[in-house]
Design a protein around this ligand. Structure first.
Ligand SMILES: [Zn+2]
Length: 114
């Protein structure tokens, strides 16, 4: 169990970083790496995942992390997700599909327990 939680945590961090990188490249036209603002957001997002107490039960940040981000970072990560979310299927199809499947499962699970 502990191992799968760590796998999940690693995937979440990886996915968030990919989304931020995509957003920065397209929106801020950075050539290599991230601009300062996106680097800060990336570090913050990774730290949230690192400390997330719900990692075992939740599937992904979209279902939960917006609630634990501080407001200014929440706005930024929302902008990133709005932009990068639909584009992930083009750039990182495997990760995007896995994420969609897992999010759907989670959604169904949450609906069933209500
Ligand atoms: Zn940027």
């Amino acid at each position: 169990m502990a191992k799968s939680v760590e796998t999940k945590r690693g995937r979440e961090k990886e996915m968030v970083s990919q989304m931020i990188a995509l957003y920065c490249k397209k929106q801020h036209h950075t050539k290599n790496g991230l601009c300062a603002a996106c680097a800060a957001l990336d570090a913050y997002a990774r730290q949230r995942s690192e400390k997330c107490p719900f990692m075992e039960t939740k599937t992904f940040c979209s279902n939960c992390s917006v609630h634990c981000y501080k407001p200014v970072m929440r706005e930024k990560i929302r902008a990133v997700m709005r932009f990068a979310g639909p584009r992930m299927i083009l750039y990182h199809p495997v990760a995007a599909i896995r994420h969609m499947v897992e999010s759907q499962k989670e959604k169904r699970r949450l609906e069933n327990t209500e």
